[in-house]
Design a protein around this ligand. Structure first.
Ligand SMILES: [Fe+2]
Ligand SMILES: [Fe+2]
Length: 130
């Protein structure tokens, strides 16, 4: 699944849209990477996603988002998946990282953006009266 950042992916929150653009571009770099480049690109992606999720978690705490536990729980689940893929890379197996960049990651991102991130940003916008 090829994915590129386009404005129709924007949710209208500049910080989150910046993170989403970063995540999309990082997954596409992973999808296209050769073996020597893949480990560092995947490591940078995991670091980004940890920060990306924490910024969303902070927004949910700040706004009192009612479904925060559900959305935060999904972030925890994905970070543990990314950690297991990083462990595969450390063991010399690159296939799961490449597969994530090409298939599982983009499919997950679109679904997560359309559901949990969308409602989180929408709730924050209504809380702030904008
Ligand atoms: Fe997100
Ligand atoms: Fe999220």
């Amino acid at each position: 699944m090829m994915l590129s950042w386009t404005e129709d992916l924007a949710l209208g929150n500049d910080d989150i849209d910046c993170d989403h653009r970063h995540a999309v571009e990082a997954m596409m770099r992973i999808a296209a990477a050769d073996d020597p480049a893949l480990p560092a690109l995947f490591g940078a992606f995991v670091t980004h996603m940890r920060e990306h999720f924490e910024r969303e978690n902070a927004l949910m705490r700040a706004t009192g988002f009612p479904a925060r536990a559900c959305h935060e729980g999904e972030h925890v689940r994905v970070l543990s998946l990314l950690d297991s893929i990083a462990a595969d890379i450390a063991a010399g197996r690159l296939e799961s990282a490449r597969d994530f960049g090409r298939h599982g990651g983009p499919a997950w991102f679109i679904d997560h953006r359309n559901t949990m991130d969308f409602v989180t940003v929408d709730y924050a916008r209504r809380q702030s009266g904008r």
